[in-house]
Design a protein around this ligand. Structure first.
Ligand code: ATP
Ligand code: MG
Length: 503
């Protein structure tokens, strides 16, 4: 038998006393799509960072086509044909597609950008990865930015492509086209490692699956011989229900009232074009829609992070239209889970403990007569770490050293604390494993039960459908219909999301 394309032998990686990868042995066949699964903090990104030369393993060996290799730097990994598309994109938004692709690769004093652009256009055609080589990356939708990342890897002659949660930020049609691209690449003998928390995707796309649990390989099996519940069980070590217990509640008084709201986007173009709605205590209003139809601007406007052109916002009967976010948080107790945890939800260089008290650090019990009280803070942080099952050695760890899903848990823990009367949750389960997703959804349902009003924004239709009491479908900055969740079908909502007139 020929040797596998990639073979890892007893790879171990420690961070201080913590073992992130523990004796990992794994083989991946050439031309196959191999899934890497595991709960948040299981060690997936760490292992992949070893493969792309960012980290050095403490023990173990890596074999490429039977040859032992030492991937001592990202440059070496690239020379060995390993390309990584990271969990958080690493493109420069101000530069063009062409500039991003050749960045760090083709340095020359008489660089002919036009020629490069043509070469890249030809390459993108050949691989069916359509993208305008002259476009500025920051202007492109996420799905297309991801193609640029893939092209960048292919431009560097990558034969092994690693995609770390590539679908977390994609819309369903973008996921479809990504899968077509990946299948084509595999058919052309590229080998692909695919990381995702979405088990259906894994089963439909991948040939083999390896599950990591707490740094160790829990199992490797073929997609055909396993099921979604089996994989979930292997990942979390317990049964996952895939079913929410949502008791009926009679909604209370109006908590949030939005009247004829008009908001512009970052480029000063109308993003929200006259939206009115109410949310009552104990009620979840879900917003369903394709990404980029005004969801972000709506959430920001309610949180007070974006100026309001016209219209008003009332929170518990008070007109807060022009209040600062601080006023909203302090006086009316609002929780906000922003879409982008790294840019807006967290201070990455602060510890978990400091991030947890960001909104309340000036007050008792965390602060007394201008002095922070480290022991109280640490004690509080440890309790929260336990309740939310944040995987970290201790509360002093920097948030930048947490795994993606655990960063999200820190944001949630902070925003759900202190009994908020309104919670604006945007993509709250993005990047979370099946167990953590279940946990977060239960936590939000508990807040609903307590009497919080919740605005639940997600591009995952199924998620909106199960969580909401009512569903508003947003399209081009307007609510085109609001439905009672019980009466809504996936087909009908899906059609409305695409801008369809009737269901
Ligand atoms: N530089 C670092 N210093 C200390 N600990 C780290 C560092 N990088 C990762 N870790 C820890 O190693 C563990 C594994 O992290 P990793 O990012 O590999 O998880 P993951 O499986 O990719 O999770 P997720 O699904 O949430 O992205 C985590 O507990 C994390 O806190
Ligand atoms: Mg990760």
């Amino acid at each position: 038998m020929s040797s596998p394309y990639l073979h890892l032998e007893n790879i171990t990686k420690r961070f201080g006393s913590f073992t992130a990868n523990d004796q990992i042995t794994l083989s991946i066949e050439a031309g196959s799509i191999h899934a890497l699964l595991g709960e948040n903090g299981a060690g997936k990104s760490t292992l992949m960072n070893i493969l792309c030369g960012l980290y050095q393993p403490d023990e173990g060996q890596i074999f490429l086509q039977g040859q032992s290799v030492k991937l001592s730097s990202p440059g070496t990994a690239i020379r060995h044909g390993i390309g990584m598309i990271h969990q958080h994109f690493m493109l420069v938004p101000q530069l063009s597609v062409t500039e991003n692709i050749i960045l760090g690769q083709d340095f020359s004093l008489n660089l002919n950008l036009r020629q490069k652009a043509e070469a890249i256009a030809a390459m993108s055609q050949a691989y069916g990865l359509e993208v305008d080589p002259l476009a500025i990356v920051g202007d492109l939708p996420v799905g297309i930015q991801q193609r640029v990342e893939i092209l960048k890897a292919l431009y560097r002659q990558a034969k092994l492509l690693i995609l770390d949660e590539p679908t977390a930020v994609l819309t369903p049609p973008e996921v479809e086209s990504l899968f077509i691209i990946l299948r084509q690449l595999a058919a052309r003998d590229h080998t692909i490692i695919f990381i995702s928390h979405k088990l259906d995707e894994v089963l439909s796309l991948c040939d083999q699956v390896t599950v990591l649990r707490r740094g160790k390989v829990a199992a490797t099996c073929s997609s055909q011989s396993t099921t979604r519940p089996d994989l979930a069980q292997l990942m979390v070590g317990r049964e996952v229900l895939f079913h929410l217990n949502k008791p009926a509640i009679a909604p209370g008084s109006v908590v949030l009232e939005v009247q004829n709201l008009q908001v512009v986007d970052d480029r000063n173009l109308p993003a929200i074009r006259g939206i009115s709605f109410q949310i009552r205590a104990g009620e979840i209003l879900g917003i369903a829609g394709v990404d980029g139809n005004g969801q972000r601007e709506l959430a920001d406007a309610i949180a007070g992070l974006r100026p309001i052109r016209q219209g008003s916002i009332f929170l518990v009967g008070q007109n807060v239209t022009h209040w600062t976010p601080q006023q909203r948080v302090k006086q009316l107790k609002m929780g906000y889970i922003p879409e982008d945890r790294q840019k807006m939800g967290l201070v990455m260089s602060f510890s978990i403990a400091r991030n947890l008290i960001l909104k309340r650090f000036k007050r008792l019990p965390f602060c007394r007569r201008f002095f922070l009280r480290p022991r109280t803070i640490a004690h509080y942080a440890n309790t929260v770490i336990q309740t939310f099952d944040i995987r970290a050695i201790n509360s002093q760890l920097k948030v930048s050293q947490l795994s993606g899903g655990n960063q999200q848990k820190v944001v949630l823990a902070r925003e759900l604390s202190g009994d908020p009367c309104l919670i604006v949750a945007m993509q709250p389960t993005r990047g979370l494993d099946v167990g953590a997703t279940e946990y977060v959804q239960q936590a939000l349902l508990a807040e609903r039960q307590r009497g919080a009003a919740i605005l639940y924004i997600s591009t995952e239709l199924e998620e909106v459908m199960t969580m909401s009491d009512r569903i508003a479908i947003i399209y081009a900055g307007q609510f085109i219909e609001t439905l009672d969740a019980k009466a809504a079908s996936v087909e009908k909502v899906g059609l409305l999301m695409a801008g369809g007139e009737e269901g």
